[in-house]
Design a protein around this ligand. Structure first.
Ligand code: FES
Length: 119
């Protein structure tokens, strides 16, 4: 099967380091849509499915506020799990030891792309 084309997520300028996440959706072959987000942390862009490891609900309850006050963890707004922004690894909370589903996100020419659709 041919690789799906890359999906433009947003302009690079829309991702501030440690700032609001950019929310987007990934269309699936069955017509469903997976909620996802992109962030910038220490200069690098990262993308994850917007789904807590603990209960499969969105982490941010719709507003893109995913970084905690320290700016070094992503926090699930429902029960407080904390994830490392660069790896998605959960270091605290009910899903400790698990990880968010990371997406293959790249930044090129001032734009952020989903490079490969998750299978
Ligand atoms: S739903 Fe995310 S920590 Fe419980």
């Amino acid at each position: 099967m041919a690789a799906a084309p890359a999906l433009l997520i947003c302009a690079s300028a829309q991702l501030e380091d440690g700032g609001l996440a950019y929310r987007f959706e990934i269309a699936q072959a069955d017509g469903s849509r997976l909620p996802a987000f992109a962030i910038r942390y220490r200069g690098q862009v990262h993308g994850y499915l917007n789904r807590c490891c603990h209960v499969p609900i969105e982490l941010d309850l719709q507003d893109g506020k995913l970084f905690d006050l320290s700016g070094h963890h992503l926090i699930c707004s429902t029960h407080g799990a904390r994830y490392h922004p660069a790896t998605g690894y959960c270091s605290w909370g009910p899903c400790r030891g698990q990880s968010l589903t990371a997406l293959d996100v790249i930044e090129e020419n001032g734009q952020v792309w989903l490079n490969v659709m998750p299978g």
